[in-house]
Design a protein around this ligand. Structure first.
Ligand code: GRF
Length: 186
């Protein structure tokens, strides 16, 4: 499968997916990394793997429809079939959703539907939950609301947010690659 990874930040999930591909564990090829943050670390990671990047800034477009149409042009040029969101901090609009129906997936660091939106790990810890986790889901027009593909749970490390975050990120890398593997096989 030809895929594009969308990211706004560090890109550790991008890297985990690419490494799984290189190990031959995932039948996919990352054709393009799309970012709305031209300085994000994911751009450097993509360069290290010689994967092309499309970086845009929303402020240079008059609407979401407008920049999403530009993204679609880039994706079509590369024959991309699936969009994999990995820390892409923007809501996907109707333009992209209708161009890729049920072909956009996302990973979120909580057991959805609990703690959607930003800083899900912080939200969960502030709420005092003892177990949290990771969810991979199809993307729809809502914020972290689409049909769930897979979940995995993590015990919160009491009084140590950093340790909890580390557990969650490690689990993300494992769950995302495993879920994509199943999705692309079916
Ligand atoms: C991950 O926690 C992901 O679940 C969330 O944003 C974070 C991205 O991390 N949506 P990275 O850029 O893949 O390192």
């Amino acid at each position: 499968k030809k895929i594009a990874v969308f990211a706004s930040g560090s890109g550790s999930n991008f890297q985990a997916i690419q490494e799984a591909i290189l190990r031959g564990e995932l039948n996919a090829q990352i054709e393009l990394v799309v970012t709305d943050k031209p300085n994000a670390f994911v751009v450097e990671r993509a360069q290290n793997f010689q994967i092309p990047t499309f970086a845009f800034q929303a402020k240079n477009y008059d609407s979401k429809d407008h920049y999403e149409r530009e993204i679609i042009n880039q994706l079509q040029e590369k024959g991309v079939e699936w969009i994999v969101l990995a820390g892409y901090m923007r809501l996907i609009g109707q333009t992209l959703l209708s161009a890729f129906p049920m072909r956009i997936v996302n990973i979120h660091p909580s057991l959805l539907p609990a703690f959607p939106g930003k800083d899900a790990i912080g939200q969960a810890i502030d709420h005092g939950v003892k177990i949290t986790g990771v969810t991979v889901h199809f993307v729809d027009e809502g914020m972290d609301t689409g049909p769930i593909l897979s979940q995995a749970a993590v015990e919160v490390v009491e009084g140590d947010q950093e340790a909890t975050e580390k557990r969650i990120h490690e689990l993300e890398h494992e769950l995302y690659t495993n879920t994509l593997k199943k999705l692309f096989e079916s």
